[in-house]
Design a protein around this ligand. Structure first.
Ligand code: ATR
Length: 270
């Protein structure tokens, strides 16, 4: 029975155990995936713990995605470029760091639109935006990055590609795809995008999944856009993570169902 888990602080609300355990069960793999709450001040010891306890694979979430790199044996080039590791693979005690967030973003968007030659607008320039911008650039899209703090958009654009703008100019934005990567809308009825501009876009994606239908997605639907909710990127990064550990891709639909059940359980106080 192999052990897997997620390190983060806090991690109690993570949907990853539900998704990965559902996949293990469906594929008849005897393994268990659990929560591994790890305080930032204990990151080094926690990573050593992965080796000592022979935990075969680990998901990495906030606030460890950047700092964890220093304690791994190897970090792949893409993860280094994005500046974040969300997946650790334990190969006989050697720990490899990889990023599947960008693949998750790319697959989620490509369910709805082929990115090649398209114009994509990204809201935000934080950690999540980096994976999204990388995915869009890799997919062949022209990328415009709008952020409240213009300097952060500039830095992201110079490192990964795209053109920076202050968020105050969002009312002039046009494009095929719009991706919202900030925490605006998380547990609140707010949107960083004026609804008047939404009808200019074919596809609108939000990475916030609490609530599943954010104000942005509700207004995008009303404007006639196709929408991609925040669970999609999460599910597809999980599919890729599982693939790196077990060399098989579980059904995205199955993982999404498990995540949805966990979310609704949370809502009902479980
Ligand atoms: P994450 O890793 O989740 O992306 P982060 O790195 O802290 O988190 O980035 C948060 C992003 O959300 C940033 O782009 C931030 O804008 P600033 O760079 O100006 O701080 C954006 N953000 C957070 N709250 C916001 C708000 N109320 N309005 C607009 N942007 C906001």
């Amino acid at each position: 029975m192999d052990t897997y888990g997620i390190i983060g602080w806090p991690v109690s609300h993570s949907l990853s155990p539900a998704m990965h355990n559902a996949a293990f069960k469906a594929l008849g793999i005897k393994a268990v995936y659990g929560l591994l709450p790890l305080h930032p001040s204990k990151l080094k010891e926690g990573i050593e713990g992965i080796r000592v306890l022979n935990i075969k694979g680990v998901s990495v979430t906030v606030p460890h995605k950047e700092n964890v790199m220093a304690f791994l044996d190897e970090v792949d080039n893409i993860a280094r470029e994005i500046g974040a590791v969300n997946t650790i693979i334990n190969q006989e005690g050697k720990l490899f760091g990889v990023n599947t967030d960008w693949i998750g973003a790319k697959k989620a968007i490509e369910q709805k639109i082929n990115l090649s030659g398209k114009k994509a607008v990204v809201i935000g320039a934080g950690g999540a935006a980096r994976a999204v911008v990388y995915a869009l650039v890799k997919g062949g899209a022209q990328v415009l990055i709008f952020n409240r703090t213009y300097e952060k958009a500039q830095k992201l654009a110079s490192e990964l590609g795209g053109e920076p703008f202050p968020l105050s100019q969002i009312k002039n934005a046009t494009g095929d795809v719009l991706v919202q990567t900030t925490s605006v809308g998380l547990n609140e009825d707010q949107s960083p995008v004026p609804k008047e501009i939404l009808s200019r876009f074919k596809v609108v994606m939000d990475i916030v999944y609490k609530p599943l239908e954010t104000r942005l997605l509700r207004e995008a639907k009303e404007a006639g856009c196709e929408v991609i909710d925040g669970l999609e990127m999460l599910v597809y990064q999980g599919v890729e993570q599982f693939f790196l550990w077990k060399n098989i891709r579980p059904s995205a639909e199955l993982m999404r169902k498990a995540a949805l059940e966990e979310l609704s359980g949370e809502k009902n106080g479980r």
